[in-house]
Design a protein around this ligand. Sequence first.
Ligand code: ATP
Ligand code: MG
Length: 216
Amino acid sequence: MKANAFAFMGGTFDPIHNGHLRTALELQHWLGVDQLCLIPSKTPVHRATPGRTSEQRLEMVKLAVADEPSLCADDREISSEQPSYSFLTLQGLRSELGDQCPIFMIMGMDSYMTLPSWYEWDKFTDYCHIVVVKRPGYDLPAEGEIKEFTDEHKAQNLEQAMALPAGKVLFHELTPLGISATQIRETIAQGLSPRYLFPDGVWQYIQDNRLYGLTN
Ligand code: ATP
Ligand code: MG
């Protein structure tokens, strides 16, 4: 049975790659939702501004999911007047979807570990559940703020979270792909082919628009 819930994954997607796409597809299936939305951020708040425009990063996400009905590209952060704070996105989603709809925010372990530096992070669970996926090379710290937050909110299982609109943290193991956008940017900068790390359509777009320092 399809779950009546909203699931999304935010990120810089500079560029989107198969680590994002496999994670999104496996989570869409595990959660049992019709679609999982990828929401590229406008001005990355937690990092230096990337050299690509927001529109170009969004365009690459759109190209990557164009032939996959289970995934969608959502422009709410890029089209918004507000800065791309997850907290504001969650508030917007909650008012749009109503009080009862479970909202699942998906992130990799690397992002989850940095959560205490995000704007209003300790209120996220008032608005959504957080699903954390393993990423090669990153493990949950054995102590500290994020460990305490995890202990406080950890769900027993998916059913428990699905019965609530928000409030739980879940961990999900999936096929780990050690791909990062950093690796793709470095591969291109070295003049090597980044093929098979992301969809060919994204690579074509990068070449057509001479992104990531490509000169011909
Ligand atoms: P960069 O190397 O520039 O940081 P990235 O590959 O980490 O890029 P982001 O846009 O920073 O991509 O990540 C968006 C979200 O996707 C984050 O929650 C991140 O943890 C998750 N993510 C990225 N790559 C993977 C992967 N290979 N497996 C699982 N999750 C991933
Ligand atoms: Mg990253």
